[in-house]
Design a protein around this ligand. Sequence first.
Ligand code: FAD
Length: 508
Amino acid sequence: MTTGTRPGAVAAPPDAPVIVVGGGPTGLMLAGELRLGGVEVIVLDKLTEPVTESRGLGFTARATEVFDQRGLLDGFKNPEISPKGHFGGIPMDYDVLPGGHFGVRNVEQTETEGVLTRWATGLGATIRRGYEVTGVRQSEELVAVEVSGPQGEEVLRCSYLVGADGGRSTVRQVLGFDFQGHDATCEMFLADVVGVGIRPRFIGERVRGGMVMAARLSDDVDRVIVCERGTAPAERTGPPDFQEVAGTWRRLTGEDIGHGEARWISSFTDASRLVTEYRRGRVFLAGDAAHIHLPAGGQGLSVGVQDAVNLGWKLAAVVSGHSDESLLDTYHRERHPVGERVLTNTRAQGLLYLGDSEVEPLRAVVGELLGNPGVARHLAGMVSGLDIRYDIGSGEHPLLGLRMPPCELLVGQDATTTARLLHPGRGVLLQLSDDPAPAAIAEPWVDRVAVVSAICADERLTGTHAVLLRPDGHIAWAAPDGGDLAEALGTWFGVADRARPTVPAARR
Ligand SMILES: Cc1cc2nc3c(=O)[nH]c(=O)nc-3n(C[C@H](O)[C@H](O)[C@H](O)COP(=O)(O)OP(=O)(O)OC[C@H]3O[C@@H](n4cnc5c(N)ncnc54)[C@H](O)[C@@H]3O)c2cc1C
């Protein structure tokens, strides 16, 4: 295993401008985003085949919108969108937010990964399976990636490397990224069991001695999750034995599932950690490689996908020469606070879910507070990811930095939506008034920013004359009072009249 930064140690031309380590949801989303930006990308995954088991069973409201922004939602077979959710197991209606919901349920992570794989490869991403990354070195110009693959050991070179290689990230470890946080205090068992037909408890149930959850995966398969208080996390090299899971379930619920057949058994913990830097030189971390936490509220995959959508277009703009390197610093600036907030809310939910009887008064108070629409809106915005606001500009417009809400539009005679305008992964200047000035200012950027005049009756845009959307759907400028349009275009889309330099040629 090779580590560290050795200036000058990496000499040959790149195999691809960007290499992504990890073909999970984060890496796949990033690969598609890079291809939309016209950049060649190789994804390396150590597994020879995609996994067939699903940790996640859905994604949050903001991840749903992100998939919609790329036209991916129709690819899911049976997504169930529900306003009903919870905070730490305390029931909560997410429709307190306009357009808000707890997210999509009933979609196994394998299906999400399948949708993303087809999309990314359809756009031309290369996915190499059976390639394990063992070392990383970077110089000022390039990154060298040591890989053990079907042809043996080799070194691949790229201009930028993204570690999307999960919670035990090799990239993070070999480069010594600081991964700060809290060790696990408890362990949870998970089993997908055939032939037990137990009562569903989708948001979890506190029982004497711990917490149990159950969800129906299909007619004959139930997922059970069980956490017994007071048992320290075990040092494991493999999954727990099914009889251990069934025994814990019986102790906590009185129900016998031991006669069932376990299709998949796993365990996870409440360990909670976040890297202190999302970028070091030419190397970035995204998804679980950058943050791990209790899977409360189904946020992990969703946040990873949003990391990818924040980083992809920025990397593409820099690789294609439109923007300078400083754009890449905004990735850490924008996503690190989001990671911090996710860790805070999942730790709070963990206490409410898993704490002993001493948390009952706190649960009662939080339950009462959730009856207050302002509090409910605050928590729904936090867990759904709909309240994320990036520090984007100096203007006063209330939408600045927020995500563009999904709105219906009339463009000429044609009905469309704000999400559909973002399908190509480019910027959009959306004009909602007759003022010709914004379009004239944006003219020198039309190769990167589509100018669209539309009528919108959505009350969330009442009084807004125009908005500039980044490819990730966040509002970079708005009129009136949303700052200087030319400055915003320059900041997010680069120099207007710069001749387009050639993308570094890939080694074949
Ligand atoms: C029980 C449970 C339920 C969950 N439910 C949800 C949910 O409902 N919704 C939700 O949003 N999230 C959920 N999560 C979280 C979600 O599963 C993860 O956050 C998500 O998988 C992270 O995606 P990723 O792409 O960042 O990492 P991963 O999915 O871990 O993918 C990393 C990839 O990198 C590859 N890799 C690793 N090391 C190397 C290497 N050295 N070289 C090459 N390849 C490598 C791996 O093979 C893997 O394919 C849940 C988690 C758990 C444990």
